[in-house]
Design a protein around this ligand. Sequence first.
Ligand code: PGA
Length: 255
Amino acid sequence: MTDLRRPVLAANWKMNLGPTAATAFLEAFLVRYAPRDDRTVILFPSAIAFGAARSAAAARPDLQFGVQNIHAAEKGAFTGETSAAMAHDAGARYVLVGHSERRHVFGETDAQTAEKVRRAAAHGLAPVLCVGEKIEEREAGQTDAVVVRQLRAALEGLVAEDATALRSLVIAYEPVWAIGTGRTATPQDASSAHRAIRAALGDLAGSGSDEIPILYGGSVTASNASALLQAPGVDGLLVGGASLDPESWAAICNA
Ligand code: PGA
């Protein structure tokens, strides 16, 4: 990790922790994690718990908040969906886009991911763009090709339209086979994919892309967080399961 990019620790709560549980989580977490200026901590609560989680952290402006998803459209008749503008109004500054569960459970395409990236950027939400290969793609030696394809597809439009928005971008490399499985990528696997992503970012966006942090995600725990953070090219972590417990999440944030 370079000094330019301070580590980013991001908690993806997925469909867990409603307003009551999110409030209790924050009370327990805040006493275990004192503000630090050498890292950025971002929480992604569910949309329904977003307001409660933010209120519970009102005394802690060092903590950042994001939403787990937005719709690609500006607004309209999309029952159940949240727009980028609404998320920003609620206090979100980040949004997960292209998460493997969105791609593989909900069938989101590269094209939809690209639209969401552009919509997010247009409303001042920093996209946390997730990319990652499936196990059969890894076994076929296609890891780099898959992540670079996902990256290009999601970012080409943004680069063409609004190159400055790239500065707020965050990338998360999340191998699909490592998410929620207890099977973590080795620090070497993570470094290798991060190197391919860094090179592709340079091709797409030039040296301005050097500041874009690349996080690793997939079965990160309090025990493996430090080793992954020390892997060359790993600028932070995106954590699901282990971010649901205030103690383990605080240990990861302090790693
Ligand atoms: P996990 O999830 O840490 O539970 O593997 C990571 C993610 O999906 O972002």
